[in-house]
Design a protein around this ligand. Structure first.
Ligand code: HEM
Length: 488
C-alpha cells in the first residue's frame, strides 16, 4: 500500500493536485458538503492546480481530472480504455447498452443503431418535435403574467414524450402527467449514483448492500424497467398489427439497415438479426433504457439552461426573437419548423452552442485505463481513472476569453480566437462521441423557437440563485425559475 502511495504521489508531482490523507485520501474535501458545494470544489481544483489535476482518493484510488486539450485528446483516442467505475453503477439499470458497452459488443451495437439517427430519419422527427413543443407551449400558458415558476419539470416531460414518440414510435403523453413515474425514477437514480461516487467506500462494490438506499434503488430500477418494458411491448404489438395488414417487412438483415430509412430506433432493434438470430428481450431493453435516459435527460438540461441564459440576457433573447420574427413573421407561432428553416437561423445556432459551452449537460465523462500510458512525462498505471472535465475544458480563458460570460458571438464565423477540435466538446469526440448530437440540436432549436415565438421569458426573483449540481447530467439545484409574458 505504501509503495503504491509513493508511486501515486510521484505522479501527482507531475500534475499538481490537493493533499491526500494516508487512508481517506481527499475525502476530507467533500465530507458534509452539499451537492452544489461538491461541484464547486471539483471545478475549483482546476483554478488552483491548472488544467490537469491528480486526485488521490481514499485507499490509493487515483483519478486524473483532465481539461487540457492535449491530454483529453490522448484519452479519447486511446483504444486501451473502458468506461470508468461510475458507469458500473449504472449497469443494474442500463445494462451494457451502447453507453456502457465496449469492444466487439459496442462496435456491433453502434453499427446497428447508427442508421436510426441518420439525418433523413431526423427529418421525419420534425413533426413530433413541433407537435410536442406546441403542447409544451400550451401547458405553460397558465403561467403567463403570473409569478416565477420552475420550467425544468415541464421540459423534462416534453423531452420524454419526444424521445418515446421519435425513437420508440410510442406515445406516452408524459406531458399530461406531471407525476410521471419514469421521470421521478430517473431523478432518484441520479441521486443514488452521485452519493456512491462521493462515498468513501466506493472501492468496495460488494458492500453496496450496506448503503441506506440500496433497497430503494432496487425498487426504483424495477419501476424504470417496468416502464421501458411497457414501451417495448406496445411497439411490438403495433408492429405486429401493421404486419398483419401488410405494412411492415419483417426480415431485415444487418446489411439492409443502412439503406432502410423508415424504421425507428426501436423497430430496428426489434427486427435486426445478428448471426441469424434476433436480439434477446434483455438486449433490446438495455438499449431502450439507455436511449430513453440519454435521449431525454441531457436535452432537458440543454434546453433548460438555454432558457435560463436567455432569461438572464434579455438583449440576446431579443436578438433571437428578431431572427425568428424576421424569418417567420406573423406565422411564427404556427409555422411547422423544418430542419432547413432552422439551418438558416444562424444566431440561434450560436446561442445554443454558447449555452452548451457555458453549461454542458454532460459535465464529466469517465474512462478507466486498461494499459499503462505516458502522460506529462510519467507513466500512468493501468487501472487509473480519468475524468474528462468538459465543464473545465469549456472555461479555458485562452480559448474562451471571459469564460464565465454568455457571449454567443464566440461562435460567429468572424471570431478570431482559434479553437482546436478538443477545446469544445459538449458531445465528446472521437469514436465514442454522442450518437444523438444532431437529434439533440434539432430538438433544442425547435423548443427555443416555439417558446420564444409565444413568450418573452423573464428572470424570476430567484433566477440568480440557481447553482449547478452534477450527477450523470448537470442540473440546476432548485429548477429553473422564470416568468412568462405573452407575445402578441
Ligand atoms: C444536449 C444533449 C446531449 C449531450 C450534451 C450529450 C452528450 C454526450 C456525451 C458527452 C457523450 C459521451 C459519453 C461518454 O463518453 O461517456 C454522449 C454519448 C452518448 N449519447 Fe449523448 N448527449 C446528448 C443527447 C443525446 C441524445 C438526444 C441521445 C439519444 C437520442 C444520446 C445518446 C447517447 C449515447 C447512446 C451515447 C453513447 C455513445 C457511444 O458510446 O457509442 N445523447 N452524449
Amino acid at each position: 500500500y505504501h509503495q503504491h502511495r509513493l508511486q501515486l504521489l510521484a505522479i501527482r508531482d507531475k500534475f499538481g493536485g490537493p493533499n491526500s490523507g494516508y487512508f481517506l485520501g481527499t475525502f476530507y474535501m467533500f465530507k458534509n458538503k452539499s451537492i452544489p458545494d461538491i461541484f464547486d470544489i471539483v471545478v475549483g481544483l482546476h483554478k488552483r492546480y491548472g488544467p490537469d489535476v491528480a486526485i488521490i482518493g481514499a485507499f490509493n484510488d487515483l483519478v486524473l481530472d483532465l481539461s487540457s486539450a492535449k491530454n483529453v485528446e490522448k484519452v479519447l483516442l486511446a483504444k486501451s480504455t473502458k468506461k470508468s467505475f461510475v458507469y458500473d453503477y449504472l449497469e443494474p439499470w442500463l445494462g451494457t447498452g451502447l453507453l456502457i458497452s465496449f469492444g466487439e459488443k459496442w462496435f456491433q451495437r453502434r453499427k446497428i443503431i447508427t442508421p436510426a439517427f441518420h439525418f433523413k430519419i431526423l427529418d421525419q422527427f420534425m413533426d413530433v418535435f413541433n407537435e410536442e413543443a406546441d403542447i409544451l407551449v400550451s401547458k405553460l400558458e397558465k403561467h403567463v403574467g403570473k409569478g416565477e415558476f420552475d420550467i425544468y419539470d415541464y421540459v423534462t416531460l416534453y423531452a420524454l414524450d419526444s424521445i418515446c414518440a421519435t425513437s420508440m414510435g410510442v406515445q406516452i403523453n408524459a406531458q399530461e402527467d406531471p407525476n410521471n413515474e419514469y421521470a421521478q425514477g430517473v431523478k432518484q437514480m441520479s441521486e443514488f449514483i452521485f452519493r456512491r461516487v462521493f462515498s468513501v467506500f466506493r472501492q468496495f462494490p460488494s458492500l453496496f448492500f450496506l448503503y441506506p438506499f440500496a433497497r430503494e434503488q432496487g425498487q426504483v430500477i424495477k419501476k424504470l424497467h417496468n416502464f421501458t418494458n411497457s414501451v417495448i411491448e406496445k411497439r411490438r404489438q403495433q408492429l405486429q398489427a401493421e404486419q398483419a395488414v401488410g405494412q411492415v417487412e419483417f426480415n431485415a438483415d444487418e446489411e439492409d439497415l443502412y439503406s432502410k430509412r423508415r424504421d425507428t430506433f426501436l423497430d430496428q432493434l426489434l427486427k435486426v438479426k445478428v448471426d441469424g438470430k434476433p436480439l434477446s428481450t434483455a438486449d433490446i431493453r438495455e438499449e431502450v433504457d439507455t436511449f430513453m435516459f440519454e435521449g431525454h435527460d441531457t436535452t432537458t438540461s440543454g434546453i433548460s439552461f438555454t432558457i435560463l441564459n436567455l432569461a438572464k440576457h434579455q438583449d440576446i433573447q431579443q436578438k433571437v426573437f428578431e431572427e425568428i420574427d424576421g424569418m417567420l413573421g406573423a406565422n411564427a407561432k404556427s409555422t411547422e419548423l423544418t430542419s432547413s428553416l432552422l439551418q438558416d437561423m444562424k444566431y440561434l445556432d450560436m446561442v445554443i452552442k454558447e449555452s452548451l459551452r457555458l453549461v454542458p449537460p454532460v459535465p464529466f465523462i469517465g474512462r478507466k485505463l486498461l494499459e499503462d500510458m505516458e502522460m506529462n512525462g510519467t507513466t500512468i498505471p493501468a487501472g487509473t481513472t480519468f475524468s474528462l472535465n468538459i465543464f473545465a475544458i469549456h472555461r479555458n480563458p485562452k480559448v474562451f476569453p471571459e469564460p464565465e460570460k454568455f457571449i454567443p458571438e464566440r461562435f460567429s464565423d468572424d471570431n478570431d480566437v482559434k479553437r482546436g477540435p478538443y477545446d469544445y466538446i459538449p458531445f465528446s469526440a472521437g469514436f465514442r462521441n454522442c450518437i444523438g448530437q444532431k437529434y439533440a440540436l434539432l430538438e433544442m432549436k425547435v423548443t427555443i423557437v416555439k417558446l420564444l415565438a409565444s413568450y418573452r421569458i423573464l428572470p424570476g426573483e430567484t433566477t440568480d440563485q440557481v447553482r449547478y449540481k452534477a450527477d450523470l447530467v448537470l442540473r440546476p439545484t432548485c429548477g429553473i425559475p422564470v416568468k412568462l409574458v405573452k407575445r402578441v
